[in-house]
Design a protein around this ligand. Structure first.
Ligand code: FDA
Length: 497
C-alpha cells in the first residue's frame, strides 16, 4: 500500500530478483517484490493460463495490437496477426537497431524462455565474468543455482526413439559429418513429463507448441522453484501489475520508491510511494539499465558513476535456418524445448542450439539459434527530448556474430550440399539479425557496481540481475545470472545486514 515502509524492495521477479528474495527471506528479512507484468496464475476462458505459439491471442504480447513473432515469415510471407492490446507475457521491445525480447510477469524471462540451463565451460569463465573467482563459482554457486532451478538432462536412450526430437538427431548427424562436437544441453523442463507427452498419457505442452508465450505444464519456471520457495517462507509479498518509475534517497535514510499500478490495458490506475531501507534492482538488463540511466541523468541519483548504461551486449545472438534434402525430414512433431547444441566456440566463436520449428508440419528445415563471441557493445543513454532511454546498437553490429555462425553452417552446407533458408525472416533474407533473447550488461559488475553488485555512491542499493554481466556468457545466460546472484546475495547478507 502507498506510504508503507518495507525493509527490502526488489524491482522485478526474474532470476536475480527471485534469488535475492528467497535468500533474504531465509535470513529472516521481509521482502516486497514489485513486478510490472501479470501474476500468470489464473486460467483464461480456454482453461489455460498461457496461449500457444500456434494460436497467439492477447496473452502473447506486452501492449501490442499485432504479434511480433521472432520468426516473422514463412515461405516468404509475413505471419504476424492482430491481437487485442493487453499486458501479455512477451515484450518485443524495439530500440533503433535491435528488438530485445523479454518476459513480463511473475517469473520474468523464466515464463517465456526455452529453459536451456547451460553452465559455461570453465575455460571460458574468465571471458564471461573476469572479476569473479572461478573456484567459488564452479564449486559452490553454479551447483547451487542448478539445484535451485531444477536443472536436468534428457534420457539419452529415450532421445534416440522420440519422434519429437528427430530435428535434434538430424542436427547431430549434420554436425558430426562436418566434424563439429554436438552435445546434449541441460534444461529445466521435466523430462519425465515430456516422455508422457510423447506417449500420449498427459496434456501436451512442449509437444503442443507452448514456449514463447508461456508453458502450461512441464517447464519449471521460477514460479515453481525459487518463487514458490520464497513465498513458502511467509516473508515475501509480490505486487504484479506494478511498475517502478523512480528510486530516490529519502531524507531520513533509505529510499523513496515511486510505483505506477497498471490495469491490463497498460493504463496507470494508481500512483504509490513506498519507503524502503534497501532496494535491489532486478528488472533485467534492459529494465535496470533504463531506470538507472534515467535516474542518473535527471539528477535523482547523481552520484551513480559513469559506467551506468555501458557494456551492453546481445550475447551474440543470431538465427538461421538450413534447407534439408527430402530424405532428411526434421519431423512434423517437434518439442519446443531444445535439447542439444553444436560447439565451435574455441575455433570459430559460435555455440549453436539446434532449435525447433514447431509449426505442426514437415518443413524440411533445420533451425538454429547461435550464441557468438560478437565483441560489439552498446550503451544506453537518456533522451531528454523524448523522455526515453535509447540504446545505440546498430543492426550492422551483428556482422561479426553472423561471420562466427557461418564457421559452422557454411561448412555443414558445403558438406551436405544444402543451402540456407531465405524465407524465415523476410523475402530472401538468411540471417535473423534483428533481435536478441539474451540482453546482458548496462550496470556491469565491478564497474557500475562494486564486485558484489553494490551501487557505488548509494548504500543499500544493489543490482542483482543480467545487467551485471558484461554482454556475453558464451552459452545461454540464466544459469550464470542465477549463480552470480547466489554469490552476491550471500556476501550481502553476511556483511551488509
Ligand atoms: P528478467 O528479464 O528475467 O526479469 C526482470 C523482471 O523485471 C521482468 O519480469 C520484468 O517484467 C520486470 N521489470 C522490468 N522493469 C520493471 C519495472 N520498472 N518495475 C517492475 N518490474 C519491472 N536464457 C537461457 O539461459 N536459456 C534459454 O533457453 C533462454 N531462452 C530464451 C528465450 C526467449 C524467448 C527469451 C526472451 C529469453 C531467453 N533466455 C534464455 C534469456 C533469459 O530468459 C534471460 O537472460 C533472463 O530471464 C534474465 O534474467 P534477469 O533476472 O536478468 O531478468
Amino acid at each position: 500500500a502507498s506510504g508503507e515502509h518495507v525493509p527490502v524492495l526488489v524491482i522485478g521477479t526474474g532470476y536475480g530478483g527471485s534469488v535475492a528474495a528467497l535468500r533474504l527471506a531465509q535470513a529472516g528479512v521481509d521482502v516486497h517484490m514489485i513486478e510490472m507484468g501479470m501474476a500468470w496464475d489464473t486460467p483464461g476462458s480456454d482453461g489455460k493460463i498461457f496461449c500457444s505459439t500456434l494460436n497467439p491471442d492477447q496473452r502473447s504480447y506486452w501492449l501490442r495490437t499485432k504479434t511480433k513473432q521472432p520468426l516473422n515469415y514463412f515461405l516468404g510471407f509475413p505471419i504476424d496477426r492482430n491481437i487485442s492490446r493487453y499486458t501479455g507475457i512477451l515484450d518485443a521491445e524495439e530500440f533503433g537497431g535491435i528488438i530485445v525480447y523479454q518476459g513480463r510477469g511473475v517469473g520474468g524471462g523464466s515464463l517465456v524462455n526455452g529453459g536451456m540451463a547451460v553452465t559455461p565451460k570453465r575455460e571460458n569463465f574468465g571471458f564471461v565474468l573476469p572479476t569473479v573467482n572461478p573456484d567459488e563459482m564452479y564449486n559452490t554457486y553454479y551447483p547451487r543455482a542448478n539445484a535451485g532451478l531444477g536443472v536436468g538432462l534428457i534420457d539419452s536412450a529415450w532421445f534416440e526413439s522420440a519422434a519429437c526430437y528427430q530435428y535434434s538427431r538430424v542436427g547431430r548427424k549434420h554436425a558430426g559429418r562436418s566434424g563439429f562436437p554436438w552435445g546434449f544441453v541441460p534444461n529445466v523442463y521435466d523430462w519425465d513429463y515430456m516422455k508422457q507427452e510423447q506417449a500420449g498419457t498427459v496434456t501436451k505442452s512442449a509437444l503442443d507448441g507452448e514456449i514463447l508465450y508461456g508453458n502450461n505444464n512441464g517447464k519449471k519456471s521460477l514460479q515453481k522453484t525459487y518463487i514458490a520457495q520464497a513465498k513458502a517462507t511467509g516473508r515475501v509479498t509480490i505486487s504484479p501489475l506494478h511498475r517502478v518509475t523512480s528510486v530516490a534517497p529519502a531524507g531520513g535514510g533509505g529510499y523513496t520508491v515511486s510505483i505506477d499500478q497498471l490495469n491490463t490495458n497498460g493504463d496507470v490506475t494508481n500512483v504509490k510511494t513506498v519507503l524502503a531501507d534497501r532496494v535491489f534492482f532486478a528488472a533485467g538488463s534492459v529494465g535496470t539499465s533504463k531506470l538507472l540511466v534515467k535516474l542518473k541523468a535527471t539528477g535523482v541519483l547523481p552520484n551513480l558513476n559513469d559506467e551506468i548504461g555501458k557494456g551492453w551486449g546481445d550475447n551474440g545472438n543470431v538465427m538461421c535456418g538450413r534447407a534439408n534434402w527430402l530424405w532428411d525430414p526434421t519431423g512434423s512433431l517437434q518439442s519446443t524445448i531444445p535439447c542439444s547444441g553444436i560447439d565451435n566456440w574455441t575455433a570459430g566463436g559460435a555455440f549453436a542450439e539446434v532449435a525447433p520449428l514447431p509449426i505442426g508440419i514437415e518443413t524440411f528445415a533445420s533451425f538454429y539459434l547461435s550464441i557468438t563471441k560478437n565483441p560489439n557493445r552498446a550503451q544506453f543513454s537518456w533522451n531528454a527530448a523524448t523522455g526515453k532511454v535509447d540504446l545505440n546498437w546498430q543492426t550492422a553490429w551483428k556482422q561479426p556474430g553472423i561471420d562466427m555462425a557461418k564457421t559452422i553452417f557454411d561448412k555443414i552446407n558445403a558438406k551436405e550440399g544444402t543451402i540456407y533458408r531465405t524465407d524465415l525472416f523476410g523475402t530472401y533474407k538468411i540471417w535473423g539479425d534483428h533481435l536478441t533473447y539474451h540482453p546482458l550488461g548496462g550496470a556491469v559488475l565491478d564497474k557500475a557496481t562494486d564486485n558484489y553488485g553494490r551501487l557505488v555512491g548509494y548504500p543499500g542499493m544493489y543490482v542483482i540481475d543480467g545487467s551485471l554481466i558484461p554482454g556475453n556468457t558464451s552459452v545461454n545466460p540464466f544459469v550464470t545470472i542465477t549463480a552470480l546472484a547466489e554469490r552476491n546475495i550471500e556476501k550481502i547478507i553476511a556483511t551488509d545486514l
